[in-house]
Design a protein around this ligand. Structure first.
Ligand code: SF4
Length: 480
């Protein structure tokens, strides 16, 4: 059996060339111009690792703990639940439930608007939420239920916010879903635009997985900087509507939240900055830059105290583990470009070489940075499919894959280690605490004795090696 790269996919896969980030055709090694194709619809026929538009919207909005999330569509769409998006709460547990209108054949023929109205009425009667999101899925986009009209009527009837999230899975990429969610958040905030400014920041694009939002909040508290609104990890209706009053937006997951940050700057006058709280270097830089952007000398002094203590502890911890990582190689496939960049830096700190890196929704500027960070020979790919990931991991000799739930089986089939850096993670990987957790987890998986039993001549990995050679051969015909 051979694995071939689809012609249309070739431009989304690059190998960093020897001369810095420059390749033979003068490409920068990133997207744009003659560079890598990214930030576009998936190629038909390639089994993308990306999730759908609705899923992208749900990722952003589901962590709002006291919101009621109604999935208007067949029951299957509602399988994206809290169980696979495990953000933590310090308040309401309502968001841990999944509600669906469970559209059936009759509803598809005659329309599902009445059923949706009944579902909203029932939710209000039984749970009294202040905020309901209604997600329009694929079939709703096809039959044309006027979800916005239903939501608008429900708002008037019940006197609460009922916001339509028009996210049919087929209507774009996962990034489209992020934008739909950001539009829904703006719809929530705009009526509260005219409120006096207060001291403090919003944190955008952290979803409080394993309590990571709390870690960032603790650092900011120790620097004397209040958090006005967390968007959306451990968020609640009352805190979200205060977001327009903040001095600054700190954007952690740029892929999902840059659109909201730009809209909030234009329409609500809240400036933004990007920050990553993954790894010693990024966390230290983020804390300093937040204080600097606020022009707060006292906060900067506190930041230096935190960094001075915590970065030394984390670096000492890393140094103890480094001997276990000598000669090891990592593959990264994650949702957004900013996380991939942080992970490359984190692996560099650990002494592990990144040999493959890709994302679902990376932007041209992300790939430019990635190309500048990795060594020559590293495979960089956008919106990969499983066959490509398997083939290149094998070819590059990756010892560990960092990804999410859909990537886990690929690693295990190849008989290599895996680390979940997505929504299913159980240990906080952010901040200085996260450096220790990540290092420990990578070491446990990477150096598990089980891998010595899974890489025999008859193993799946051996077959994949043959496939990898064929893929490389196919690519070399046109590859720059
Ligand atoms: S692709 Fe469509 S049918 Fe599938 S989960 Fe997404 S919205 Fe639902």
């Amino acid at each position: 059996m051979s694995t071939e790269i689809l012609e249309e996919r070739r431009q989304s896969i690059q190998t960093k060339e020897d001369k810095g980030a420059e390749n033979a055709k003068g490409n920068s090694g990133g997207c744009g111009g003659n560079g890598m194709r990214c930030d576009t619809a998936s190629v038909a026929g390639a089994v993308s690792q990306r999730a759908c538009v609705y899923c992208g919207a749900r990722v952003v909005l589901n962590p709002i703990t006291d919101a009621f999330h109604i999935v208007h569509g067949p029951i299957g769409c509602a399988s994206y639940t809290w169980d696979i998006r495990g953000s933590l709460t310090s308040g309401s547990e309502l968001f841990r439930n999944s509600f669906s209108t469970d559209l059936q054949e009759k509803d598809i023929v005659f329309g599902g608007a009445e059923k949706l109205t009944a579902a909203i009425d029932e939710a209000v009667a039984n749970y009294a939420p202040k905020l309901i999101f209604v997600y329009a899925t694929c079939i709703v986009g096809v039959i044309g239920d006027d979800v916005e009209a239903v939501c608008s009527q429900a708002e008037k009837k019940h006197g609460i916010r009922v916001i339509a999230v028009k996210a049919p899975g087929f209507s774009g990429t996962k990034s489209t879903g992020y934008r739909m969610a950001c539009n829904a958040l703006m719809q929530l905030m705009l009526p509260h635009a005219d409120q006096p400014k207060v001291q403090g920041v919003n944190i955008l694009g952290d979803y409080n997985l394993a309590g990571e939002m709390w870690i960032i909040k603790n650092y900011l508290r120790d620097m004397g900087i209040p958090v006005v609104s967390a968007i959306t990890g451990d968020a609640a209706y009352e805190s979200l509507i205060k977001a327009p009053a903040a001095q600054l937006n700190i954007v952690q997951c740029a892929g999902s939240m840059m659109y909201l940050a730009r809209r909030m700057e234009d329409e609500l006058g809240v400036p933004w900055m990007r920050a990553s709280f993954f790894g010693v270097e990024d966390t230290s830089t983020a804390l300093r830059q937040v204080a600097e952007r606020l022009g707060d000398a006292q906060a900067l002094q506190y930041a230096e105290t935190i960094i001075g203590r915590r970065s030394v502890e984390a670096t000492d911890f890393l140094d103890r583990y480094k001997p276990h990582f000598v000669g090891k190689k990592a593959a990264i496939f994650v949702g957004g470009g900013f996380k991939a960049i942080s992970l490359i830096r984190q692996f560099n700190e650990m002494g592990i070489e990144t040999v493959l890196v890709g994302t679902q929704t990376g932007k041209p500027e992300d790939y430019e940075i990635i190309a500048g960070l990795v060594n020559p020979g590293t495979v960089i790919l956008d919106d990969a499919n499983p066959a490509e990931l398997e083939a290149f991991m094998k070819e590059k000799g990756a010892d560990i894959l960092v990804g999410g739930v859909k990537e886990r089986p690929l690693a295990y089939k190849l008989g290599i280690a895996f680390c979940d850096h997505n929504h299913e993670r159980k240990h906080a990987l952010g901040g200085f605490e996260g450096v220790e957790n990540f290092t420990r987890e990578v070491n446990l998986s990477l150096n598990s004795p089980v891998w010595s039993h899974t890489r025999g001549a008859d193993s799946y990995a051996a077959t994949a090696a043959t496939q990898a050679a064929l893929v490389r051969q196919a690519l070399s015909a046109t590859h720059v």
